[in-house]
Design a protein around this ligand. Structure first.
Ligand code: ADP
Ligand code: ADP
Length: 227
């Protein structure tokens, strides 16, 4: 489903952020991306989202070389991937329902589909009761659940989660992890960048560790420790 082949990325200032990355991620896998600050995790994610072009090598997603996607088709490509951020990034003037519905509106879904789908995904993340609340009225964990609902509402085959539990207390982080695991069980590929060592150690999923842009570890049922 995702294949990095000899991928390197250096920024304009000459900073090498990814070096000779070779890896495959199968459909339905759950992958943790770990490494200290500056290791290249964000660059890896940006390369996958085509927010940054790589300097050499190829990245294939669902059989297509994403380096060859023409500019006008990039928005469509990005919408095939659901993204969850550390800081939620909800629209403050829209309700929970509207935040999730908006993701469907911008891809031109019918009101009929929206009215059927949004309550369903709010149910999946346990927020049916909060549909009419505004983000400012929610706890951090609830806000993150809204952002997860928004990420999955259009049925992406891949979810990228960038430090999704970084702003949450341990118990809330566990709840969010359970929801992400549940989404993974339904067949969605998950790539999660994180510093939450305890979560990574407990989950026993694949762990890819980066250091100075190099993959220094890639383990099935791995642990957080690197170096
Ligand atoms: P991480 O997400 O693991 O903290 P990054 O991918 O953000 O790592 O950074 C990898 C390296 O690339 C770091 O040395 C960082 O300083 C550098 N870097 C990141 N973004 C840019 C940029 N836009 N321009 C120049 N250097 C960058
Ligand atoms: P329209 O048919 O005009 O597009 P909808 O009937 O879908 O509008 O929704 C009208 C408003 O009611 C929305 O802006 C939304 O805030 C709210 N709403 C619709 N469905 C729900 C729901 N299941 N739960 C909570 N609020 C909802």
């Amino acid at each position: 489903m995702i294949e990095f082949k000899d991928v390197s990325k250096s920024y304009k200032n000459g900073k090498l952020a990814l070096f000779n990355i070779n890896l495959k991620i199968d459909k339905g896998e759950f992958v943790f991306l770990v490494g200290s600050s500056g290791a290249g995790k964000s660059t890896f994610i940006k390369a996958l989202l085509k927010e940054e072009d790589v300097t050499s090598g190829t990245i294939k997603v669902s059989g297509k070389d994403i380096c060859k996607i023409p500019k006008r088709k990039i928005p469509k490509y990005r919408r095939s991937i659901g993204i969850v951020f550390q800081d939620f990034r909800l629209l403050p003037n829209k309700t929970v329902y509207e935040n999730v519905a908006f993701a469907m509106e911008i891809i031109g879904q019918s009101n009929k589909n929206i009215r059927r789908r949004v309550p369903f995904v709010l149910g999946m993340v346990g927020l049916s009761e909060k549909a009419k609340s505004y983000p400012s009225e929610l706890s951090g964990g609830e806000q993150q659940r809204v952002s997860i609902a928004r990420a999955i509402v259009n049925n992406p085959s891949i979810i990228i989660a960038d430090e999704p539990t970084g702003n949450l207390d341990p118990q809330t982080a566990n709840e969010i992890m359970n929801i992400i695991t549940d989404i993974n069980r339904r067949g969605t590929t998950i790539i999660m960048a994180t510093h939450a060592s305890d979560l990574v150690d407990r989950m026993k999923k694949r762990v890819i560790a980066l250091k100075k842009g190099i993959v220094i570890k890639d383990e099935e049922r791995g642990s957080y420790d690197y170096e």
